[in-house]
Design a protein. Structure first.
Length: 553
């Protein structure tokens, strides 16, 4: 009897709801914790260990690497590799080492059995080199060379860091020269080519017009040649220095590595906690601001962050007026009959359509139909190379706008429905027109609900990947959609996206183990952005409910 009364009070359902909310919070918190630990651990200067182990024949093998994973497995799984070992309860411990030096060994990860290790140490002078290609390099700095001549040095490590700083400055200057100045000249030369082609198609390629174009082209080519000379000098200056490295696995074998291929160098075993923290934040910042390398398994994700934010902003500009106007019309102006109810049901159903369907529609209608027509009308000079007749930022933003449009329409209607009828009647009784009532009273009061739906739409669009794969997102974009070249915002360019970057690195990478930390780090950033947008939306919705709770009752 008491149990029945307790059930009728509704207390069990309150506890069930509380348990569901708690479980959801724990799941989200656990997901963020996993992504944070796995993602940020990639930037921490992990110690480099030197192992001496015995192989199946009893010979000693020397290995150097960073410990990535450690697990206990049954001896049966190891086969002949653990046949001569006796582990506790038939179990052996194996360690996944990041051995680096992929250009020498052909692989930079290797499993070893802990029971085979007879000696382990962490040399303080062990150096880690981050390179442009072939991943990291583990070894000892034993000398420096300039123009092939070995230099005399009292402190090789200090001199090496100074030379590396000089090469880093030269690399930054080369990058600025190639991307900004030479890139701008190439862009202007291409525009001159298209301009001349347009004159030929229009029949206006007179000698005077061609002469003007040719003079401008020659001036640009002269600038290009002078920049090429300067660029060649910078490359020669950067490539004259090299470092002599000795690997721990090849005693007496020295390797000359050009400093132009080295991005950073550090000695993790000799670092203090302050140095480790500085290294961590410096590399985390580089991950956010640099471009990807090595098939996206190294480097940063700045183009992906840039493209994601720019696409979401453009999508917001496109979807806001259409979604709000459609919602206002359906709620305030449309005649509430069968047709309006049918349209409302269709809008609600569109919110549940799989995103890939929007991508197929965007590819067929926006890219092939509208884009092909735009190319034939306005970019005939560039044909057969497509301008808007292929995937790009503009079509991706429009496609995501269609995906988010039902959310904005529904949220606008719900926001307008929260406004009591008495406010409308009072405004009309005071002599205001329906438009003045709507513009000055109803929409401002409903704006929190409208903004809530907009933020939810942005949060969903930021995490979608499937439609973007068809309408403009690529693995690596050669140029950002927004730069200093006229017209500055290049809507036709392809771009990178964080969601697609996660998919590409996680499932298309040729080096899965090396790419795994980058997957976690990129997913962490994307989830944090989406989670932040949803938290803002929930807070705005709660404020809206509190504000109008008294009026609704």
């Amino acid at each position: 009897m008491k149990l029945g009364k307790w059930i009728h009070t509704g207390a069990p359902w309150v506890w069930l709801n509380a348990a569901a909310v708690s479980a959801s919070i724990l799941l989200v918190g656990g997901l963020l914790l996993l992504l944070t630990l796995r993602g940020t651990g990639h930037f921490w200067p992990t110690a480099v260990h030197e192992f001496i182990s015995l192989d199946e024949q009893g010979a000693q093998t020397r290995l150097v690497g960073q410990i990535r994973e450690q697990e206990h497995v049954p001896m049966e799984r190891m086969g002949d590799q653990a046949a001569f070992l006796v582990g506790q309860d038939g179990m052996v411990t194996r360690i996944l080492l990041k051995t680096g030096n992929r250009d020498l060994t052909g692989q930079d990860f290797r499993w070893i059995l802990l029971e085979q290790v007879i000696q382990q140490n962490t040399p303080l002078s062990m150096t880690v080199l981050e390179r442009q290609e072939w991943g990291v390099f583990f070894g000892y700095v034993i000398g420096l060379k300039t123009a092939g001549v070995l230099l005399e040095s009292r402190d090789v490590w200090t001199d090496f860091q100074q030379m590396l700083d000089r090469v880093s400055r030269l690399r930054d200057e080369i990058e600025q020269l190639e991307k900004d100045e030479i890139g701008s000249i190439n862009y202007r030369l291409e525009r001159l080519r298209l301009q001349q082609r347009r004159l030929q198609l229009d029949g206006g390629d007179s000698p005077e017009a061609n002469a003007d174009i040719e003079r401008e082209r020659q001036a640009l080519q002269q600038q290009y040649q002078s920049l090429e000379v300067r660029l060649q000098a910078l490359h020669e200056s950067m490539q004259q220095d090299s470092v002599v490295m000795r690997t721990a696995t090849d005693e007496g074998s020295d390797r000359d590595l050009p400093l132009s291929s080295i991005i950073d160098a550090w000695r993790p075993n000799a670092m203090s906690m302050t140095a480790r923290l500085g290294h961590f934040f410096r590399h985390l910042w580089s991950f956010i601001t640099d471009e990807p390398r090595e098939a996206n398994t190294e480097g940063g994700i700045f183009p992906a962050i840039y493209g994601t934010i720019l696409m979401v902003l453009l999508m917001t500009v496109f979807v806001t007026p259409f979604g709000v106007v459609a919602g206002v019309y359906l709620k305030e102006y449309a005649r509430q009959g069968l047709l309006t109810r049918t349209i409302r049901i269709a809008v609600n159903n569109l919110a549940g359509v799989p995103s890939i369907v929007y991508g197929v529609f965007g590819l067929g209608f926006f890219v092939y139909t509208l884009g092909g027509s735009i190319d034939r009308l306005f970019f005939e000079a560039a044909l057969p190379a497509p301008t808007f007749g292929t995937g790009g930022l503009f079509w991706a933003s429009l496609t995501m706008s269609l995906l988010a449009l039902p959310i904005v329409i529904v949220s606008t209607e719900e926001g307008l429905a929260r406004i009591p009828r008495s406010i409308r009647e009072g405004s009309l009784a005071l002599g205001a027109t329906q438009w003045e009532t709507l513009w000055r009273t109803i929409i401002p009061m409903a704006s929190p609900g409208i903004m809530t739906g907009l933020i939810l739409a942005v949060a969903r669009a930021a995490g979608e990947v499937a439609p973007l794969m068809l309408v403009g997102v690529v693995k690596l974009a050669p140029a950002l959609p927004l730069d200093g070249n006229y017209p500055f915002l290049h809507m036709e360019r392809k771009f990178m996206h964080m969601g697609f970057h996660i998919y590409d690195v996680g499932f298309q990478s040729p080096n899965v183990e090396a790419a795994r930390p980058l997957v976690y780090a990129t997913a962490m950033l994307l989830v944090l952005v989406i989670l932040l947008l949803n938290i803002v939306a929930i807070r705005m919705r709660n404020r809206l409910r509190e504000k109008y709770r008294g009026l609704e009752s």
